[in-house]
Design a protein around this ligand. Sequence first.
Ligand SMILES: C[S@@+](CC[C@H](N)C(=O)[O-])C[C@H]1O[C@@H](n2cnc3c(N)ncnc32)[C@H](O)[C@@H]1O
Length: 298
Amino acid sequence: MKSNENNEHNFSLATETKNILQKHGIRLNKNLGQNYLIDDYKRKKIINFANISKNDTILEIGPGIGTLTIELSKKAKKVVAIEQDKKIFEILFERIQEENISNIELINDDALNVEISTFSKSNKIVSNLPYQISSPITFKFLEFDFDLAILMYQKEFANRMIAKVGDKNYSRLSAMLHFKTSIEFLDNISPQSFIPQPKVNSSVVKLTPIRNESFFSNKTNENDYSLICRALFPHKNKKIRNALIDSRNILGYSDKKILRDLLDSSPELESFLVKRVVKTSPEEILELTNLIKPILWG
Ligand SMILES: C[S@@+](CC[C@H](N)C(=O)[O-])C[C@H]1O[C@@H](n2cnc3c(N)ncnc32)[C@H](O)[C@@H]1O
């Protein structure tokens, strides 16, 4: 077992990465999530998970000095890579020129500010994400029509994405992602696979968007569902009735008694109100949203 684990690492990338950073006098910036992959074995695995062909255009957020980017460009038709850090962008730009690579489009910007039309040039996403933007960038991905995404997140975040109803990690994130994408755990990556070593473990997951959006009917749009999730999940171990009352401001009620009386006077809500949030599936939250909407907001 131990020797297998050791075979699962190959740090040949470490010297190359350190040399590039040293040559340009770069000190990596923790605030930008700059932990660079130095494990060649894990790099190969991540790229293989994406099953890339010459028809694929790959979106990469945070290419850094090109650790994944250059390998991706050898397999894909094109790579669109968005790097926020100007100095790091320049290093990668220079590498691409020196190696005469013509199929990487490199953009120097905050990925959260880049138009979705730029994202949608790609059909696959492969990224070792900057963890500080995990949530907004994941929701941004879900605004366009891609085939699959292979993404690295902080392990705890990945666990919250994957968690099912009743799990201790079941969260607003799990409930929000549930109707939009299927999520598969692929691999764990330990801090030794990066420089500098992060204080957290990482996981690689695969997202496959769910394209049938009929679950959000005219009656209940996604915003209503999202609002109810925002109200429920800060109190996920409480019963729905108490969670809603505690989150009355989110629901637009300042008076506790008015909201409590409204909820208690609605027989159709009765069976929901006594359930614990953590035991309520996304389908049930959707049903609750449908019922509660006319009661709370007319
Ligand atoms: C975890 S590192 C990954 C680097 C490289 N892909 C690797 O695997 O070694 C994340 C990269 O994202 C960049 N970054 C951070 N915030 C960003 C943002 N909002 N938009 C685009 N790039 C960002 C950082 O500068 C850093 O280079």
